[in-house]
Design a protein around this ligand. Sequence first.
Ligand SMILES: *[C@@H]1O[C@H](CO)[C@@H](O)[C@H](O)[C@H]1NC(C)=O
Ligand SMILES: *[C@@H]1O[C@H](CO)[C@@H](O)[C@H](O)[C@H]1NC(C)=O
Ligand SMILES: *[C@@H]1O[C@H](CO)[C@@H](O)[C@H](O)[C@H]1NC(C)=O
Ligand SMILES: *[C@@H]1O[C@H](CO)[C@@H](O)[C@H](O)[C@H]1NC(C)=O
Ligand SMILES: *[C@@H]1O[C@H](CO)[C@@H](O)[C@H](O)[C@H]1NC(C)=O
Ligand SMILES: *[C@@H]1O[C@H](CO)[C@@H](O)[C@H](O)[C@H]1NC(C)=O
Ligand SMILES: *[C@@H]1O[C@H](CO)[C@@H](O)[C@H](O)[C@H]1NC(C)=O
Ligand SMILES: [Cu+2]
Length: 829
Amino acid sequence: MTLEMADRGHHAEDGRRKRQTSGPSCQHVLCYQLFAVFMFIIGLVGGIFIGMYVDPKIDNKENKNCPSSTNQVINNGNTEHVPTVWNKSSIGAKSGECPFTSPVTQTRYEDTVFAPLTNAEMYQAARFLKNSGIISTLEEPTDLTQNFILYQWLDVPAKNDALNYLDGNGEKPKRYARVTVQRGADLDVMEYKVGPLGSTSTPMTSQAMTRSGEIHFNSRPYEAVEVDIMTEMLKPDLAKLADLMAESFDGIKYPDDVSLNFYNGPPSMSGTTRDTRWSIMLNGFGYDQGDVDLIHILPLSGRVHHPGTNTSEWYAYDFHYLNQGPYKTARDLMDAYKAGAIRKVRLDKGFRASIVDRIFPKRDTSKPLREQANKQGPRTYYPTGPRYKIDGTNVKWMDWSFEISGGQIRGPALFDVKFKGERILYELAVNDIALNYATDSHSQNNIIYADATYGIMGGDTPGTVIKDIDCPVHGSVLQTSFWWPTTQRAYNMSSICVYEADGQSALWRHAGMGFEAGLRNRYLVVSVPVVIGNYDYTFEFHFFLDGKIFNYARASGYIQASFWDRDDPKWPDKTRDSFGYRVSDYMSGPIHDHMFGFKVDFDLIDKNNSFQLVNWKAGPILEAIRTQNASIPDAPEYFIYNETRYIDWEPVQTERAITKQAHQQFMVVVNTREKNKWGVERGYVIEPLATGSQSLNQHPILNALSFTKHHCAVTKRKEDEKTLTSMYDVNRMNNPQGYLEKFIDNESIVDDDIVNWVTVGFLHIPTSEDMPMTVRVETGFLLRPFNFFDRTASFDMPQHTDTIDGVLKESEPNFEQCAEPPPKYCRFC
Ligand SMILES: *[C@@H]1O[C@H](CO)[C@@H](O)[C@H](O)[C@H]1NC(C)=O
Ligand SMILES: *[C@@H]1O[C@H](CO)[C@@H](O)[C@H](O)[C@H]1NC(C)=O
Ligand SMILES: *[C@@H]1O[C@H](CO)[C@@H](O)[C@H](O)[C@H]1NC(C)=O
Ligand SMILES: *[C@@H]1O[C@H](CO)[C@@H](O)[C@H](O)[C@H]1NC(C)=O
Ligand SMILES: *[C@@H]1O[C@H](CO)[C@@H](O)[C@H](O)[C@H]1NC(C)=O
Ligand SMILES: *[C@@H]1O[C@H](CO)[C@@H](O)[C@H](O)[C@H]1NC(C)=O
Ligand SMILES: *[C@@H]1O[C@H](CO)[C@@H](O)[C@H](O)[C@H]1NC(C)=O
Ligand SMILES: [Cu+2]
């Protein structure tokens, strides 16, 4: 569900890279002035965000607003006071705002080894590349033959270097940028490692990480310059079709009412040429040129042949109207249309005017309020202030500690995840999201997106965290930066929210006859909402008190619809076709999947781990017993049934992909040299939540995006096998070069540094409930201690225990009634 680019008629703009792509009109000064104002406002709002939630000084000032500091009652585990937790007479009592001490002790990122690149670092790298002649411009590129920066992200230090530093003796790794450069002059894309960044005595260098010509120019991600040229190029053709558009599509005027979409279909199979499908769609809401829904796609489409940089060799062809074609030229299509040689469609009059009412996400005022819906719902707050600390990008909470990282291409990542002083993971990272659509449409069948080709945390909107909706008022917002190729500038966005959540249910409980005990489930959340065109994904990492980590991938946003041709004679059932349901007036919801690929690099205690499948089986008693001792002659007499369940251990010796789980398999990572008190190998189990699987067998996607075939693949960790896809492979699927399957080549993974590549996803059959908006679908996986501790790790927490004799009473720390600070933020004011 990614929209690469949408030309907004005369306000051409890249819809996917909202506010990023210059269209022809964006070359007008006014457009940039507006943009500058916009970015200024973002700066201001961003500033307010930082001020409120990150800057400790301002937080202190806010503390002065608290009526008195005696408000801050923190019981440090002493249980001599009877807790007032359930003092009913005090509930509802008027009191001051809750005490709040900012959890953010340091806002500087650059001191951290894994921190995402900052704006300043991106500029430093860009200036260096300009000065060394590797890029030809630091201004907005206007010509395809220029060499300019596409994207930048942190070049994560080699693991050995990072560990040597983290674990005590090594030198602190310096920070480097990984920079992709589109080289129109050389007809390729290059990647450079640029640094060290910051002020160091070491002179900066740029090291080419790819060979010249290795990444073909035509397998590059889409960018604005070519989109603008294609848009301009299509203008005369579309002008010829103006009557057809007006007649068919409720009187629309070209270009004012129409946007152009260029889809990644992908643009090439070989990576050496470039052809892009386009279609038109109705303009959306009128708030910002970049606001697009992908619902109103109209059945007028075609292709552009646009390899290389010599645009005089580019041409438009393959025109289709209502899936009828191909017509070589717009003129041919118009002639056939005028001659009545083809079937026509006519949208109902007034349809266009109803778009905002039908799909803009506002309350449906034609419906009465539900009973009591005019009251505020339950809310959570920190009665004694935050219990986590954020130092730059280092987060600490309840004996957990980790580094927040990530970049604009691959999305969020966490490094050096430790619990109770022991390392659990070296890296836990989102790597890619793959989607593949099926629908009966010339422009949209087989659309394939690999979102890392465009950027997962890459600046579709400047502030993706929506306070009080996906991030509590008291949550801490961290900013990350992205590089926008269109202006060759870096921008901040409020992209990460950290907060402690109240699960409002028991993490564990037992109520006996003479006692009751339990622990309320509270957990730390790192929430990263990203916007990729029409779709929103929220990645959440949840850290639990007992050592579990839940990883979620959630989806919401607009579906990418397809035109529903109600008069298409080939479909007998007018409510559905082979690829989906009719979901609205002229919309069909194309089936597709969302497959999320994660990198999970466990370092349980130390780097060298092993992988086991604990197979959950069933069979005759004797068979079960003989899996452990083959010389047992007979089954013991006391088993009452002949069939039993049993488990069977399979140490996996060499790299392996787990694709179809024939029986239930527990995927366990262990450190075979580390045993718990009971002599058992200490481990963690990887448990996918409900997940869809790849159903394709021969499709070209299966190489480039081979991670979609597996639930999990385990490979030996290598510095040159950093991510599970190459960001160029989806544009050269017949010749992929950096895909997961290549890593699986029978190397030993016993007691070695290993990586688990975990894939989870959902299969999406859009229904009418996806209109106007897909309502939160989720999947994910759980990392759970598996004999890692001698006993449950959460029993060191203050908890609730109450015995009938009154002798043993334990409770959570005391607190005094206080008021949640009111929301104080506003993005657009
Ligand atoms: C309960 O709250 C009331 C009002 O704040 C206070 O007077 C009373 O002492 C409290 N009781 C206990 C047991 O803490
Ligand atoms: C965000 O932008 C401001 C102003 O340009 C800058 O001072 C700050 O360092 C930026 N933050 C990051 C994370 O780059
Ligand atoms: C671009 O293509 C045209 C048409 O094939 C050709 O005449 C021209 O020489 C080409 N220009 C360059 C710079 O190669
Ligand atoms: C249990 O089942 C196995 C396999 O079907 C069979 O060989 C064996 O005789 C059975 N044993 C008993 C005690 O029924
Ligand atoms: C298997 O079980 C038999 C019978 O109890 C026992 O004698 C033998 O030592 C066991 N084998 C192993 C390898 O433990
Ligand atoms: C993998 O390696 C093992 C032992 O190292 C060997 O026996 C096996 O034949 C190899 N398999 C393949 C497919 O190369
Ligand atoms: C981990 O395994 C590698 C490869 O077998 C070995 O060279 C290294 O010494 C081991 N490291 C530790 C900490 O055991
Ligand atoms: Cu979907």
